[in-house]
Design a binder for this molecule. Sequence first.
Ligand SMILES: *Cc1c(COP(=O)(O)O)cnc(C)c1O
Length: 452
Amino acid sequence: MTGFRALPSVDQLLTGLPALVEAHGRQAVTRHARLRLDAARAAIRDGAEGAAEAARLPHLLAADLAAAAVTGLRPILNLTGTVLHTNLGRAILAEEAIAAAKAAMAAPLALEFDLRTGGRGQRDDHLRGLLCELTGAEDATIVNNNAAAVLIALNTFGQGRDSIVSRGELIEIGGAFRMPDIMARAGTRLVEVGTTNRTHPRDYQDAISGETGVILKVHTSNYRIEGFTAEVPAPDLAAIARKTGVVMLNDLGAGSLVDLSRWGLRREPTVAEAVAEGADLVTFSGDKLLGGPQAGFVLGRRDLIARINRNPMKRAVRLDKIRIAALEATLRLYRDPDRLEDRLPVLRMLARPQAHIAAQAARLAPQVAALLPGYRVTATDCASQIGSGSLPTDTIPSAGLRITGQGGDAPDRLAAMLRDRDRPVIGRIHDGALILDLRCLDRDADLLEALA
Ligand SMILES: *Cc1c(COP(=O)(O)O)cnc(C)c1O
């Protein structure tokens, strides 16, 4: 038992470590000290020497507390080449949106309060006008994310009724969002029509009955069916829905408010176009191409939006003041499309010319090589993706650094080392090398500091 006697008490340990107590607080140091003392006693029971265990305690305790003090939510460098990376938080926000969110966090604001009349207001009012102005929609409601937008729309108009979807559009997107499951939870009966590759107007017409609540069209943004294919265009579906009195819902997914071909990206239908095509309701995300915080929008007919707002589910999926403020500031930027590229980070990154990124790669390659002894660093062409299921078959020509080292596991070892930095650097492993796509690196210094 002499071994145990070499160990200090918790109090003795804390008294000897005033700097740790000062830095981390008495409670945290006490908690970690108990854990370490338990471990030391177990080691001594297994034959370790008491004095040696005691001597290691201050060092181990300091390391534990330092590790516990590091947040997993610290900023990273997204050099994966996927601009809207769901696992890395999707869109980063415009300065204007960050300032608005910060102000909303720091002081009360007229969230549901009408400053003119002093009466009650509605939180969505801050966004409705802007959304209608930018898209031509009659009305809008705003919820937690696009999954919630689809869920509440299906529940409002499809509960206990049929919802008709083409077999070519029964999508799964990452994170277990599968359209058939969402429909089940919305309480609507899924009626599949057509085939995987071809669906015709008569398929929808034949499926419509007195039980039909919704015709759902889903933008198959994360895959593409090619070859012998046919889908029913939204205007035709809208006409079928109108004639039969059911609600036509067009889930756009990424939904851009501007025509991206202006910035050299592939043309995708805009939200305004989807609204003009006659859909009763259009849903899309706030943190995909829009470039704002996580949110979901349902735009469309005023009478239908009013019914969604009366659904008790709305309260469960509504937005908080911080995101409403950030969204409002983000949407305002769209009033000036000419300056959008300078102000909206998502668009700035997507629109960066390849030559610009290639010059950055050439400039950074020798500097990065100097910081990674034992590795070979060369500038390389590569291909970025928009991400979040947006235009997945389209890549954007980009450039970056190709890093190789000794041994087959060199890229994995390097990737692990870079994840462990104060500011983790996340690349992608491809063809025996770690690729750092520089599309999303605004400042060279950020990478050099992270690696130093
Ligand atoms: C991304 C996406 C969703 C889900 O949107 P979240 O904002 O991630 O909830 C739904 N439908 C489609 C077609 C999508 O692309």
